[in-house]
Design a protein. Structure first.
Length: 155
């Protein structure tokens, strides 16, 4: 078995779940075979991920034209269900109330980020201080921290 199935060799009748199961099985076979440098395989597959997503995005508009030329709302093609969809995209930025709410939301997102940075600096479980503007006692509770190991690939 090769690392990646050539284009056109996947069984067309497979459902999405079937494709996922096949991919999981093939990945396990590659991992357990011991014949591949898995870090190199992962890096190369990241390259393909960028490549395929870019190719698909470029082809999508031309494929849309062909799908629309059928004149059908939904049809089967190459053992897949294709549906021509029309959806509404609303642009709210002309409404002043929406703009104010949106600005408030963006401001609050910034405040959350600043508060998160403050919470990360707490030594111990809690920290208390007096708010100089209100005189109120503010109690901050340190966040829990979970260390997750992963890799990042920059291309």
């Amino acid at each position: 078995m090769g690392l990646v199935k050539p284009i056109g060799s996947l069984e067309r009748g497979l459902s999405k779940e079937g494709l996922v199961a096949l991919a999981e099985s093939d990945a396990e076979e590659v991992i357990s075979s011991g014949q591949y440098d898995l870090l190199k395989v992962y890096v190369e597959m990241k390259r393909y991920e960028v490549y395929f997503s870019t190719v698909m995005e470029q082809i999508k508009s031309a494929a849309l034209v062909l799908a629309q030329e059928t004149g059908l709302k939904s049809f089967n093609y190459a053992d897949a269900q294709v549906t021509n969809i029309k959806r509404s995209v609303f642009k709210f930025d002309r409404d002043p109330i929406w703009c104010k709410l949106h600005d408030d939301f963006e401001f609050l997102k910034g405040r959350i980020k600043l508060h998160e940075e403050t919470l990360k600096k707490i030594e111990g479980e809690k920290e208390s201080f007096i708010d100089e503007e209100t005189g109120e006692l503010i109690e901050l509770i340190a966040p829990t921290e979970e260390v997750v190991e992963t890799i990042m690939v920059r291309l």
